[in-house]
Design a protein around this ligand. Structure first.
Ligand code: HEC
Length: 139
């Protein structure tokens, strides 16, 4: 008993110190998380979020402006369509675009280079991206 006591005290101390440190770290990360969420989400409208998604996930092939001229589209055959070309884009219905984005080009008999996004994007996000793409058609 007597021999155990210092060890017991030591271990209690270590565990509470560790807990205190752990709790304060937890608190700090919670605060950082909340602050980053408010900073990130508050000023971003749904439309801006979709534009960000397109820039981050799609522009590497489709080009920042959606003309099908992203750096990874070089040498591709077939190339991604020019989203700014209304006539070319009118050939595919929203349902077809949805299918291509969700299941990849392959799901609609198109290029297998176009990835499937079903695991990383919700149906809502895919729908928003289609609206965004339709909005790029100007001529
Ligand atoms: C690795 C390159 C690549 C990435 C990344 C990519 N795409 Fe594509 N995408 C293609 C290619 C190539 C085609 C053309 C398929 C065809 O016509 O056979 C295509 C086709 C499409 C089409 C059908 C119209 C067209 O261009 O023929 C849509 C809509 C589309 N992509 C949306 C997206 C969206 C939205 C994203 C991001 C979430 C995305 N793509 C990311 C390569 C890519």
């Amino acid at each position: 008993m007597v021999a155990l006591r210092p060890t017991a005290i030591f271990s209690i101390c270590v565990s509470t110190c560790w807990k205190r440190e752990f709790m304060s770290r937890l608190l700090i990360s919670c605060l950082v998380f909340i602050v980053s969420i408010t900073l990130r989400l508050a000023p971003l409208s749904a439309a801006e979020e979709t534009a960000t998604l397109f820039r981050e996930l799609c522009s590497v092939c489709h080009g920042v402006g959606g003309k099908g001229d992203g750096p990874s589209a070089q040498g591709l055959e077939p190339k991604p369509a020019d989203f700014t070309n209304c006539k070319a884009m009118a050939k595919d219905s929203d349902d077809v675009l949805f299918k291509i984005i969700k299941g990849g080009g392959q799901s609609a008999g198109r290029s297998t280079v176009m990835p499937a996004w079903r695991d990383s994007l919700s149906d809502q996000q895919i729908g928003d991206l289609i609206k965004f793409i339709r909005g790029l058609c100007k001529k």
